[in-house]
Design a binder for this molecule. Structure first.
Ligand code: AMP
Length: 120
């Protein structure tokens, strides 16, 4: 799969459409999810053309991977979630990924319940 430069997060990175920024540096952007699934729902995306976790962790320069991880940790610090939180990276069709630019969801603010609904 080739990276779709017209995906909505690519447009957000290019400042073509707005978002509610929580944190930004040279390597990552963190912003509030437009349809929050928990009291706190933030997305953290790397500044690079990677469509999912597999391509990011398989192909991105190690320096970007490390910088992204540090940015993610910093955003978690900013959110102040002493009782915990959940990280989710949906990947592909079965993962339920809607936007084909790698992103980490940070969810928190209350008890999130089971990780997934067990299939029948
Ligand atoms: P995923 O299903 O893992 O690809 O998650 C995509 C997420 O992006 C969803 O939780 C959406 O609510 C969120 N989203 C889509 N468009 C925007 C936007 N313009 N600003 C902020 N979040 C968005």
């Amino acid at each position: 799969m080739t990276y779709d430069a017209q995906n909505i997060f690519a447009k957000i990175l290019r400042k073509e459409i707005p978002c509610t920024v929580l944190y930004e540096n040279d390597f990552a952007l963190a912003f509030h999810d437009i349809h929050p699934k928990a009291p706190i729902h933030v997305l953290v995306i790397p500044k690079g053309p990677y469509e999912n976790a597999h391509t990011f962790y398989g192909q991105a320069p190690e320096a970007l991977q490390v910088s992204f991880a540090k940015a993610l940790a910093h955003v978690v610090d900013l959110l102040e979630l002493p009782q915990g939180y959940r990280l989710i990276a949906n990947c592909g069709l079965h993962g339920g990924q809607e936007v084909p630019h790698f992103h980490m969801h940070i969810l928190g603010g209350h008890a999130l319940g089971p990780m997934v609904i067990t299939h029948a």
